[in-house]
Design a protein around this ligand. Structure first.
Ligand SMILES: Nc1ncnc2c1ncn2[C@@H]1O[C@H](COP(=O)(O)OP(=O)(O)OP(=O)(O)O)[C@@H](O)[C@H]1O
Ligand SMILES: [Mg+2]
Length: 375
């Protein structure tokens, strides 16, 4: 019998097998020890879309609880300019009450510490009181608070400054041991730092969530397939890494489509094109269409060349291509450099000193090529 699809291609779905991330887990372990021995140094986890922030935070929650430290996970929803920091702080407090089992008994009293009618600056006072009171009923050596998707607070960005002010206040440092772990997209986090000067210096510990390494991807796929009655042929396994470069969401999505193409329990090279096309369609809908639409028409011409070439291209080469050969066309050649720099700013291309410009995401390359073919 073939088991149901074991892959988890969904934002926020924890993978069946949590692959790699050994260094990150070691760092977190050390962080827990330091928090107990010295004092908590709060951590910021940074990663782009689908890089595995949520899964890592949930792994940290498990690790923390395993050592006997209660942990509460809170996904920040998108706030609007109509909200105030107090709304966000209130959400965090409610999630903490739900996440920490020992606190439940006194839930009612603690929630009463919040009054939404009070002025903005009181978010700080109210949260400080809340943490102090909560700590008294916690009966723990340390408690972890995981705040996911902090970039959703960008419209009420001073919430981060409130958090900083609360966590750096004398009373909180002396009386409590809360360790905060925040996750954000890199651009979201840098906008907080730009706007609120001391925030960057307070949340000093950063952890970047990058792609998984090749060995980790292979091991994760093999272990996820264990007991399902399905195997991927060697060439297919190799291709998965080559195309995704270990991007966790792309790995899960592609592997999931491949799994659906098993014949008598085997996924062979014959399944590849179909599975890849389905994957690209989904990535297009979820993300790539949006990314592609950030490029102007002229910039798209350059992206299409990069995708077709599948290698880094220098400004000089671009210029030549526009003048002679099959791609020669009317193009404002003098502006090629500007277009490429704009594309870099938008995160669509990467630049290396010697080799020139390239599209860092192989799946995005395939997506552009499939669009160009009209698929
Ligand atoms: N360490 C891992 N090993 C295997 N799969 C993983 C790992 N981390 C994440 N994934 C998978 O990758 C996908 C994205 O993970 P996750 O939702 O944690 O990322 P995220 O950075 O929080 O994404 P988003 O930008 O949508 O919030 C999910 O399908 C998840 O199952
Ligand atoms: Mg997430």
């Amino acid at each position: 019998m073939i088991a149901p699809n074991p892959f988890t291609p969904q934002s926020g779905w924890e993978p069946k097998i949590f692959g790699g991330r050994n260094q990150e887990q070691e760092l977190f372990k050390a962080n827990l020890t330091e928090a107990i021995k010295v004092r908590p140094s709060h951590l910021v986890v940074l990663g782009e879309w689908g890089a595995g922030k949520t899964s890592l935070l949930k792994q940290f929650r498990r690790m923390s609880q395993e050592q006997g430290f209660p942990a509460a996970y809170c996904a920040m929803t998108r706030f609007t300019p109509k909200n105030t920091p107090l709304d966000a702080i209130h959400l965090i407090a409610e999630e903490m009450l739900m996440g920490f089992p020992k606190a439940e008994t006194s839930q009612k009293n603690l929630a009463e510490l919040f009054s939404r009618k009070k002025s903005l600056s009181n978010a700080q006072v109210q949260f400080t009181k809340f943490l102090l009171e909560l700590w008294k009923v916690m009966d723990a050596k340390l408690a972890a608070v995981l705040l996911d998707d902090i970039q959703n607070l960008s419209e009420i960005s001073n919430t981060i400054d409130v958090l900083r002010a609360v966590l750096s206040s004398d009373d909180i440092i002396k009386e409590t041991r809360f360790l905060f772990i925040l996750s954000s997209t890199p651009s979201g986090w840098s906008s907080f730092i730009d706007k609120h000067d001391p925030v960057g210096r307070f949340f000093r510990k950063r952890l970047a969530v990058d792609n998984l390494k090749e060995g980790d991807v292979q091991a994760t796929i093999d272990m996820t397939l264990k007991g399902t009655g399905v195997v991927f042929e060697e060439a297919v396994r190799k291709n998965i890494f080559e195309y995704t470069l270990g991007h966790p969401y792309e790995v899960q999505l592609l592997a999931s489509h491949l799994y659906d193409h098993q014949i008598e329990g085997v996924v062979s090279g014959a399944a590849w094109d179909n599975a890849l096309n389905n994957t690209l369609k989904e990535l297009g809908r979820d993300y790539f269409n949006n990314l592609f639409s950030k490029a102007s028409d002229r910039e798209r011409d350059l992206l299409e060349i990069l995708a077709e070439e599948r290698r880094p291209v220098t400004i000089k080469e671009f210029t030549t291509m526009m003048i002679v050969g099959k791609r020669a066309k009317k193009f404002p050649i003098a502006n090629i450099k500007n277009f490429l720099y704009r594309l870099e700013e938008k995160g669509l291309v990467k630049r290396s000193e010697k080799a020139g410009f390239c599209i860092p995401d192989r799946m995005f390359v395939e997506f552009i090529n499939s669009q160009a073919r009209g698929e």
